[in-house]
Ligand binder design. Structure first.
Ligand SMILES: Nc1ncnc2c1ncn2[C@@H]1O[C@H](COP(=O)(O)OP(=O)(O)OP(=O)(O)O)[C@@H](O)[C@H]1O
Ligand SMILES: [Mg+2]
Length: 255
């Protein structure tokens, strides 16, 4: 199982959108077994796949607080034909800040242990991280083998990268094998500034995946609760997400 954290501390850069669309393409086009983890107390990923009924079993917060030591108890089948599995988020995640990890109330290593239990049951595990550095994002980084950084290219986000690398560097102390697969430019459009911004990333020795273009279909997809692969496969973003997943599967990266 390849465990990939989709992480950027900046909000609204298409982390959740990337998890949803990559998961659908991996499951439908590549017939991969995909496990999703919603590590964000906003619960956007969980709600996208919800059928309206509340989750009655365990959630990620229960795992992080050590209330359940079995990933099996927090797995739910979701998506078209129940082709995906999710460990859902809950608002309780909001209370789990890093100070609780320091006091031992939250264990940021327990998610990794839980995932090792289901290691052979899935091909990919995609973790939707929150736009904050808290116990859930720390646990995601500890559990992940790889990190992908969706980035909406503007001057603010490029400056924010320095901060992100500092934190990933700290996490390497706990998880030395974590690989930064690269940045994924999202909400992209052709312009001189954006082309130059991609060059800035490359100069910082970051792999840059093929960008995902802006498309109104992405907002619409969230209302329909249907990934672009079936909702609007020919939209610019629909096409680009397939290119991205091809690069991801092929390992088209510099690690
Ligand atoms: N390619 C795109 N074209 C147009 N809109 C997009 C695109 N990708 C994402 N969006 C829109 O941008 C907004 C933010 O996307 P999303 O919720 O996936 O970001 P996020 O990084 O998960 O946010 P948060 O940090 O709050 O969790 C949403 O309204 C989404 O519909
Ligand atoms: Mg999100």
């Amino acid at each position: 199982m390849r465990t990939i954290a989709i992480l950027n501390l900046k909000g609204g850069v298409a982390k959740t959108t990337t998890v949803i669309n990559a998961a659908a393409i991996l499951a439908e086009d590549y017939k991969q077994r995909v496990l999703l983890i919603d590590a964000d107390s906003q619960c956007n990923l969980t709600e996208f796949f919800s059928d309206g009924k509340p989750y009655t079993g365990d959630t990620l917060a229960d795992i992080l607080r050590g209330y359940t030591w079995s990933a099996q108890k927090a797995l739910y089948l979701v998506g078209p034909e129940m082709s995906l599995t999710i460990i859902p988020a809950s608002e309780t995640l909001m209370d789990l800040d890093l100070t609780k990890a320091e006091s031992g109330e939250v264990n940021v290593k327990v998610l990794k242990d839980c995932l090792s239990e289901v290691q052979d049951d899935y091909d990919y595990c995609l973790i939707d991280c929150p736009p904050a550095f808290n116990a859930a994002s720390a646990a995601a980084l500890v559990a992940a083998d790889e990190v992908i950084i969706p980035i909406k290219l503007d001057a603010f986000s490029l400056r924010g990268m320095v901060n992100l690398f500092r934190q990933i560097k700290n996490m390497r102390a706990i998880n030395p094998k974590i690989k930064i697969m690269g940045c994924l430019p999202t909400m992209y459009y052709n312009s001189k500034s954006l082309t130059e911004a991609v060059e800035v990333l490359k100069k910082n020795r970051l792999h840059v995946f093929s960008p995902i273009r802006r498309s109104n279909k992405v907002d619409e997809m969230t209302f329909a609760q249907e990934a672009l692969n079936t909702f609007s496969p020919r939209s610019a973003a629909g096409v680009d997400y397939r290119t991205f997943v091809k690069e991801l599967v092929g390992g088209a990266n510099n690690g």
